[in-house]
Write a protein that binds this ligand. Structure first.
Ligand code: NAD
Length: 494
């Protein structure tokens, strides 16, 4: 039995409660990854008090030197890539090819952060008054509380913590309870690379206990949350009341549109990867497929054949295309939605059941599932299921496809397969999503580009790329008047 610890105030410690929770491999429930501290508000208090001290010290290091530390983080993650991929697959199930990609995203984010140490630009602009300078620059803010989901155990914590640290803040991690091991290794890497030992804290535990305590802590002015829209609403209420800076990245109901003039081979590969990669548990997963009527029947036939042939299994074994879903309650939710689809008269054309037999009996597997004949407004077309369930909607033309795409409360990602360049550009303009791909699936964000969604997927901030550095720093303006007299702006010069 391996017991893991919190990292608080420069030490690896158990929870103040003395309680633990288990982390098991979703591909094999008999495989216990370890026990993790079931922490409480008192642990969050200690972590935040230490992070306040850590902030005081870490912010004094010049930004280029903080960038050097983050570059070392990239080197260390590179050296531990295989180990981390294996840890991640064991605790959350997606195949090793995908968890290697998850680590690579962290590596890319670290090297990008390294370069940003020399690029925290402000502006220097002419003052409207003579003998006076006007400039803006960026300051760190303080302790950042980082609450993360299970589906990208490494990448998402790196998207948040690397820019936060680069900007000179300290961070408190609250990883999802299904994937605590990965962030424990990330903390080891940050410390080894030279992040100040009190600038990083890790508090394991449950959302309603540790997450809530962190979000509502008065000494944590910045919260970055990624998770479901429901949890995000709770987090948003607290942060609104407490006037915190908050970034929310939440649910999605992303569509791939395939028009009659599309390259169907490409579109088929795209939807298989988009809908069933990560067992459909990506915020950007393709959960709706919008097919133009000219290709609908033959494309659907090919898709059903290909989806049925996907190989389910342990993501750590060669040849596995699709791993388990994260836990029993996720599988229950999928079952409930499949029943909702059946009850609504949608046509089940693939899957629709738990995947069982042989090694599949040991884990939480669900068959890749496709409903055809889904209508705009059906619940399985509107609500996030977060599993390997795809709803297929038939449309007459691009206008209707765009309307269906936009007819949900979410707005993360969309994809259009077409050979018509005019429609490609129209899609960029007209699809209400933070990201639109043309002739590529709904998944595949790159670390140096802003990432996030519109409508109820987000609250206007972006992760990744250059924009996230604005979130983790405060603009300050400085005026230097060297005229030696009182100069009244807007008055003396007009
Ligand atoms: P979740 O909302 O259940 O949990 C996310 C995190 O919030 C976990 O760490 C959890 O412990 C914590 N939490 C739960 N209750 C809390 C509370 N009351 N206060 C504070 N924290 C609390 O989400 P999940 O099941 O881990 O992840 C799946 C969801 O995340 C999906 O909806 C998916 O679309 C979304 N997601 C979005 C993005 C994006 O960038 N938009 C990326 C990945 C996942």
């Amino acid at each position: 039995m391996t017991d893991f610890l919190n990292y608080i105030a420069g030490e690896w410690v158990p929870a103040s409660t003395g309680a633990w929770f288990e982390n098991r491999n979703p591909a094999d429930a008999s495989d216990l990854v370890g026990r993790f501290p079931r922490s409480a508000a008192a642990d969050v208090d200690r972590a935040v008090a230490s992070a306040v001290r850590g902030f005081g010290a870490w912010k004094l290091l010049p930004a280029p030197a903080r960038g050097d530390v983050l570059r070392r983080v990239g080197d260390l993650l590179t050296a531990r890539k295989e180990e981390l991929a294996d840890i991640m697959t064991r605790e959350m199930g997606k195949p090793l090819t995908e968890t290697r990609g998850d680590v690579q995203e962290g590596i890319d984010t670290a090297y990008y952060a390294g370069t940003m140490g020399r690029q925290l630009f402000g502006h220097t602009v002419p003052s409207e008054l003579s003998n006076k300078w006007a400039m803006s620059f960026r300051r760190p803010i303080g302790v950042c509380g980082l609450v993360t989901p299970f589906n990208f155990p490494l990448a998402i914590p790196t998207w948040k913590s690397f820019p936060a640290l680069l900007c000179g803040n300290s961070v408190v991690f609250k990883p999802a309870e299904d994937v605590p091991h990965t962030v424990a290794v990330l903390v080891e890497v940050l410390l080894e690379a030279g992040v100040h030992p009190e600038a990083v804290q890790l508090v394991h535990g449950f959302g309603e206990e540790v997450g809530k305590a962190l979000v509502s802590h008065p000494d944590v002015p910045v919260i970055s949350f990624t998770g479901s829209t429901e949890t995000g609403s709770l987090v948003g209420e607290t942060c609104g009341r407490m006037h915190k800076r908050l970034s929310l990245e939440m649910g999605g109901k992303n569509a791939q549109i395939v028009l009659d003039d599309a390259n169907l081979d490409l579109a088929l590969e795209g939807v298989l990867w988009g809908a069933f990669g990560t067992t459909g548990q990506r915020c950007t997963a393709t959960s709706r497929l919008i097919l133009q009527d000219g290709i609908h029947d033959r494309f659907l036939d090919r898709l059903v054949t290909a989806a049925t042939a996907l190989r389910l299994g342990d993501g750590r074994k060669d040849g596995t295309d699709v791993g388990p879903v994260i836990n029993e309650s996720a599988r229950d939710k999928i079952e409930t939605y499949v029943q909702i689809g059946r009850d609504a008269g949608n046509t089940l054309v693939a899957g629709g059941q738990r995947a069982t037999g042989g090694v599949l009996d040991y884990g939480t597997f669900y068959q890749p599932t496709i409903f055809a004949g889904v209508k705009q407004g059906d619940r399985i077309e509107q609500e996030e299921i977060f599993g390997p369930v795809l709803s297929v909607i038939k449309v007459a033309d691009a206008d209707e496809a765009f309307r269906v795409n936009n007819g949900v409360k979410y707005g993360l990602s969309s994809s259009l397969y077409t050979s018509n360049v005019n429609l490609a550009f129209r899609a960029l303009n007209e699809l209400d999503n933070g990201i639109t791909y043309v002739n590529a699936p709904t998944i595949g964000a790159e670390a140096h580009m802003p990432f996030g969604g519109v409508k109820q997927t987000g609250n206007g901030h972006r992760e990744g790329g250059w924009e996230v550095y604005d979130f983790y720093s405060e603009t300050k303006v400085g005026y230097i008047d060297y005229s030696g007299r009182l100069q009244r702006a807007q008055i003396d010069n007009y």
